[in-house]
Design a protein around this ligand. Structure first.
Ligand code: C2E
Ligand code: MG
Ligand code: MG
Length: 688
């Protein structure tokens, strides 16, 4: 039973339904047939009893006379009339005393088996499995004459029952077959939608395809299930597509965030973040495969100036142009990033030798060197490039970056627009520079600065017309340090501003002393640094010093460099005019080393051009220098400026200059820069 149930459990619904139907309809049919059979059996028996009863009554009536007169023969004949009833097997008549009177047997061979009761059986009837026995009194007008006994065979009943059973079985079989066929049809109504659900679920679970739908046509529970299933699929599909939309949107945002996090939106180049990530990756690979990687730090020269004077828009345009030019200078596979305001960094992979990096750097500088047109302005951008190589210089990414930065710093200190490959000494120099910076900071308060003065002479008369104040740093243990060794550092760290102020004040005080001594024709030249010139309070400070020291402002000459003017916009011209308005005179120092053109110079209120000593030193032999010197003198005259030659060391130079119209000069031929006391000696000599 249990195993049958287990088997049934594993069957598909169709089989289960069929089995259920067969079990219920079979049970109903079998029970109904059984009831019918039993009823029929009862009625057959009842019929037999009634016919046997009526035979007994008929015999009783007919035999009463014969029994009354004890006529056995007549009684025998009457009893034999039962032959017409094949069911009756035997019959007997008993007399009043209960003794057997006559008997009758029908077709009975073995009479032993069918023994008659020896005496009158009690009245009534009895059914056994095979027979019906019946006993009745025989009477005439209430006179009891004896009894009749009949035994009937149930064979006819059974054969009738057998036929009946056969008919029932046939009907049962046919109705089961019909019911089965009908059920099969009905069953498909139920199982087909279920199969469709199953197939849909399988498709979904196998292919994840939520577009399938089941037929939800029938209005019953299965139809409802199908419709709910479809509805559920629709919702899943909608949620799926919503989810997909959201994922796409998120991916989009992620890509944008990635781009924002990794790219610079001005130049579209990767940013510092990306650069660092990529470099660490590249360095790891280089160490693993024993290949070289080069890091180049590129810092634009004078970018801040463009930004300040032409505005941020022009600054951004310049950065984009620079990014383009740098990218064009690289090979495929090299990486360029913008790592700061005007700082770019390059990674060169698979480099054989550091000289390759030098070539790339040269190409970058050459490309950057070409003029840039922005908003009608022609600009020149230079850059300082620092190079470090992995693994030679460092195998640690941060160390490598630091070295490239140090090298770049060196390039800057070497006059910009050049590249430097990192050298271990640079670190020592950087350290020296650090010490220099710290000492410089204390030099002013420790009064370690001194001014030397170099005479400027009238070439025709050889008389001193003025002096140039040149700073010296007298370091306790190191002796006298020349300005070229500390002025650039002071420019960079800003100390040049208080130092420059000290120079101007000291020089003016000295000039006042000399003027008070009667040397009123004497002028004083003071060098002004770019950084100092940019100070907003410059004008006030100059005016204050002139006032405090009570000098004649027209005896003060401020020396500017060409580069200071070249960086200039209208504010510079205004500033120069304001200085001139104080009565102070202006000179351009080291003239000829910059790029000033005549039309450019015309805009500035300049009084004197100082021809740089590099043109003077090879005069008069060098024809090119001679030509340049003559041109400068001619230009100064046409601009109504005076000319002063620097670095005059020989008589020939002095003669050449004078012959070509340069009236004033300064140089070792007359005197090196000397302390103030020695200048006084010159005058004593002059006057002697
Ligand atoms: P500079 O203003 O062009 O000064 C002239 C330089 O040429 C001085 O060098 C001077 O000693 C040198 N010199 C003069 N005659 C001759 C000569 O015949 N032959 C040679 N070979 N050299 C000669 P110094 O004093 O070393 O100054 C160098 C530079 O340092 C100056 O160039 C100037 O640009 C700067 N400097 C000096 N003092 C100051 C200062 O107080 N403030 C600022 N901002 N810069 C200063
Ligand atoms: Mg000078
Ligand atoms: Mg000079």
């Amino acid at each position: 039973m249990q195993s049958a149930l287990n088997w049934l459990r594993k069957q598909p619904i169709a089989t289960k339904l069929k089995m259920l139907h067969l079990a219920t309809s079979g049970t109903v049919i079998v029970l109904a047939s059984l009831m019918l059979l039993l009823t029929q059996f009862y009625f057959f028996n009842r019929g037999l009893l009634e016919s046997t009863n009526s035979h007994a009554a008929m015999i009783s009536e007919n035999v009463s006379a014969a029994m009354m007169f004890d006529d056995k023969k007549a009684a025998q004949e009457i009893l034999a009339s039962l032959r017409a009833s094949p069911d009756i097997e035997m019959a007997a008549l008993y007399d009043r005393q209960g003794n057997l009177f006559v008997n009758y047997y029908q077709n009975i061979k073995d009479k032993e088996e069918y023994a008659l009761p020896p005496r009158t059986p009690p009245p009534g009837y009895t059914f056994t499995l095979q027979h019906l026995t019946l006993s009745q009194p025989v009477a005439l007008q209430n006179n009891r004459l004896g009894s009749i006994y009949i035994q009937a065979d149930l064979y006819a009943v059974y054969s009738q029952m057998a036929r009946y059973l056969a008919a029932i079985i046939a009907i049962m079989g046919i109705s089961l077959l019909l019911a089965n066929a009908f059920l099969r049809r009905m069953q498909r109504e139920i199982t087909d939608p279920i199969h469709s659900l199953v197939r849909a679920s399988e498709t979904i679970s196998e292919h994840g395809d939520y577009t399938v739908r089941v037929d939800g046509g029938t209005p019953d529970e299965i139809g409802l299930l199908g419709r709910s299933f479809n509805h559920m699929l629709e919702r899943i599909q909608r949620r799926d597509s919503d989810l997909e939309d959201e994922i796409t949107q998120r991916k989009h945002i992620q890509t944008r965030l990635d781009k924002l996090a990794h790219y610079d939106n001005v130049t579209n180049l990767p940013n510092r973040h990306y650069f660092n990530e990529h470099l660490s990756h590249v360095v790891r690979r280089a160490l693993k495969f024993d290949i070289k990687v080069v890091v180049m730090f590129i810092d634009l020269d004078n970018f801040k100036l463009v930004n300040d004077t032409l505005g941020h828009h022009a600054g951004d345009t310049l950065l984009r142009i620079v990014a383009e030019r740098l990218s064009e200078s690289l090979r495929f596979g090299d990486t360029i990033s913008r790592v700061g305001g005007d700082e770019f960094a390059v990674i060169l992979e698979n480099v054989e030798h550091a000289s390759q990096a030098a070539m790339v750097a040269e190409k970058c500088l050459a490309n950057l060197g070409e003029a840039v047109q922005i908003d009608g302005n022609e600009l020149y951008v230079g850059a300082s490039i620092g190079i470090s190589v992995c693994p030679e210089d460092a195998s640690d990414m941060h160390e490598l970056l630091k070295h490239a930065d140090t090298a770049m710093y060196f390039a800057k200190s070497r006059g910009k627009n050049n590249y430097q490959i990192f050298l271990p000494e640079m670190n020592q120099q950087a350290q020296k520079r650090l010490i220099l910076d710290t000492s410089l900071r204390h030099a002013l308060e420790l009064q370690e600065f001194a001014l030397y003065y170099q005479p400027q002479v009238d070439l025709a008369t050889r008389r001193i017309i003025g002096v140039e104040a040149l700073i010296r740093w007298v370091r306790p243990e190191l002796g006298i340090v020349n300005p070229v060794e500390f002025i650039p550092a002071a420019e960079e760290n800003g100390l040049i501003v208080p130092i420059g102020e000290w120079v101007m004040k000291t020089a003016c005080q000295q000039l006042k002393v000399w003027h008070d001594l009667g040397l009123t024709h004497l002028s004083m030249s003071v060098n002004l640094s770019g950084r100092q010139f940019k100070e907003e309070t410059l004008l006030e400070r100059i005016a204050e010093i002139v006032r405090e020291t009570e000098i004649d402002p027209s005896t003060l000459h401020l020396e500017l460099t060409e580069s200071m003017l070249m960086d200039a916009g209208t504010t510079t011209i205004k500033k120069l005019e304001q200085i001139r308005a104080l009565g102070i005179l202006l000179s351009i120092d080291d003239f000829g080393t910059g790029y000033s053109s005549m039309s450019y110079l015309k805009r500035f209120p300049i009084n004197t051009l100082k021809i740089d000593k590099s043109f003077v030193q090879d005069l008069p032999q060098d024809s090119e220098d001679s030509a340049i010197t003559k041109a400068i003198i001619a230009m100064a005259h046409s601009l109504k400026m005076s000319v002063m030659a620097e670095g005059v060391e020989t008589e020939e130079q002095a003669e050449f200059l004078l012959a070509n119209g340069c009236l004033n000069s300064q140089g070792y031929l007359f005197s090196k820069p000397v302390p103030a006391e020695q200048i006084a000696l010159f005058f004593e000599l002059e006057n002697a």
